[in-house]
Design a protein around this ligand. Structure first.
Ligand SMILES: O=C[C@H](O)COP(=O)(O)O
Length: 249
């Protein structure tokens, strides 16, 4: 069975609620494509208005983060059942910006992944190496470690539904995209790692995205690779270009 592509925008810390509604409306006619799962991961305050604006369209609204506790004294955090109640089906977890600026670790990412599955939310689990790690030639080992920890105690049935986003840190927001061969090498290694941890059937089903300066000009080549099942798109998801990325063929 062929894997359905999943192309997600990660808006990061951009767009006020009213701007979010306007952007969803602007992009709605441009991102129609039944062959692709389309997700807009938006700031927490934008989730409800964006969800309302996306009603009746093929756009899924996702979150950019979530906490791993159910409720309580965690000022500023968003609980999983808050996302569920708002209709959220996808959540980005372990983005390199969360790891760099907000001290997220592989262990907290794992807790969040388990909690997302417990609540029926599909995690988009981010991994990726720094430029130094790439130059040192240790990037595959690094990413395998990130994956193994992120999936600790995750069952094969859950893992099949997960989405992994391979995002080399040196390619994020820099305009420097990994070549399609570089991206495919790592996405294939991630799939092999999943096969080792689980089995071939799980590896065949899990979807792996590439993220890092994806744009309308490079999406088709990246998404044509056998182990790349779509993209996690930052900057280009905030403009009409996102329509071209979703309709890359
Ligand atoms: O989550 C998305 C990535 O960080 C990629 O961002 P970018 O497309 O702006 O490079």
């Amino acid at each position: 069975m062929a894997r359905k592509k999943i192309i997600a925008g990660n808006w990061k810390m951009n767009k006020t609620p009213s701007e979010a509604v306007a952007l969803v409306k602007e992009l709605t006619p441009l991102v129609k494509n039944d062959d692709v799962d389309v997700v807009f991961c938006v700031p927490a305050i934008d989730i409800i208005p964006a969800m309302e604006a996306a009603k009746g369209t093929n756009i899924n609204i996702g979150a950019e983060n979530m906490y791993f506790e159910e409720s309580g004294a965690y000022t500023g955090e968003i609980a999983p059942n808050m996302l569920v109640d708002a209709g959220v089906k996808y959540v980005v977890l372990g983005h390199s910006e969360r790891r760099e600026y907000f001290a997220e670790t592989d262990e907290t990412v794992n807790k969040k992944v388990l909690k997302a599955f417990e609540h029926g939310i599909t995690p988009i689990i981010c991994c990726g190496e720094s430029l130094t790690q790439r130059k040192q030639g240790i990037y595959i080992d690094w990413i395998r470690m990130q994956i193994k920890i992120a999936f600790q105690d995750v069952t094969a049935d859950q893992a099949k539904k997960a989405v992994i986003a391979y995002e080399p840190i040196w390619a994020i927001g820099t305009g420097e995209t990994a070549t399609s061969d570089q991206a495919e090498e790592v996405c294939a290694a991630i799939r092999a790692c999943i096969a080792e941890v689980y089995d071939d059937a799980t590896a065949a089903e899990i979807r792996i995205q590439y993220g890092g300066s994806v744009n309308a000009g490079n999406a088709a080549e990246l998404f044509a690779k056998p182990d790349i099942d779509g993209g996690l798109v930052g900057g280009a998801s905030l403009k009409a270009d996102f329509g071209k990325i979703v309709n890359y063929k």
